[in-house]
Write a protein that binds this ligand. Sequence first.
Ligand code: GLA
Length: 348
Amino acid sequence: MAIRSGKLFNFSRLAAIACAGVMLASFTGCNKTGEKSGSDGGNKADLKIGFIVKQPEEPWFQLEWKFAHKCADKYGFELMKIGAPDGEKALTAIDTLASSGAKGFVICTPDVKLGPAIVQKAKVNNLKLIAVDDRFLGADGKPMEKVHYLGISARKIGENVGEELWKEMQNRKWPVEETAAGMVTFNELETARERTGGAKDALVKAGFPADKIFEAPQKTTDVPGAFDAVNILLTQHPEVKHWLFFGLNDTAVMGAVRAAEGRQIAAQDTIGIGINGTDAITEFEKPNPTGFFGSMLLSARDHGYKTTEMMYNWITKDEEPPLDTRTVGVFITRDNYKEMLKEQGITE
Ligand code: GLA
């Protein structure tokens, strides 16, 4: 049976409560934020591994946690899940882990520029570290390639988005002259730049005019951030009849689609394609199709389970993970999302 959006939101509420607990914990000095996993109650359960995420309210990160928890259950260690929406909370979270006796952690940092500070804190506290999703930036502004990282093949996945946008535009027989593309950007993030850059290049390669691809920079990587950015863009281009939208992830495209709806642009005049596939579920479950046409479904299982398993093997067997691991995505629409989510183990 498929998880209904309601269940995901319940999960979201749970995450919010857990998150509030974390914040409370940091005030009271109580630092136990995770749940004990594993049934043997033996030594393995003494091992603690942290999993810190930047946006605990996003279904993507809830699923990473869900799969990380499965890994903890399998090996019988304690997983400490911590939501850290800003730099200060991320650094405090590492202190919390250290004082709880954790041996390592996986992190999607709220700010990639915090990379050197996180590495330093991990080192001082003798904690092993794996970065997931968002790669750290060094003081020189370059990716920190010596920090173990698991992320998506961002450029390739972005190119697939561009190809699918073009394909659907052809299906709908939209004349190029009447069409423009809204590219929701968040250039501070390498993975975001690669995703949107890949989509743009694929569109241009297919024949879409580069000067009709307009950038809408989002200030925050959530639905309101994208909504505001695209709203400005739509005000500037009332002449455009049909819109293509793409961005860093599903929420970027959901914000774009909501902005188009707000300006009475019909769903059939909008093709939005996101990335994640997880946040898109609520969109696909709406009875009538919206402008959110499809998404590249990523592997939350790899990002949650595999990173945690790598950390477990590193700590317990001294097996160092590869420095750079990349995952793939598959295209989903309203037509196939149910079976694809099931295949990925996201729904039962
Ligand atoms: C970034 C995005 C998330 C998700 C991950 C996947 O962190 O903000 O929504 O796409 O990448 O790696």
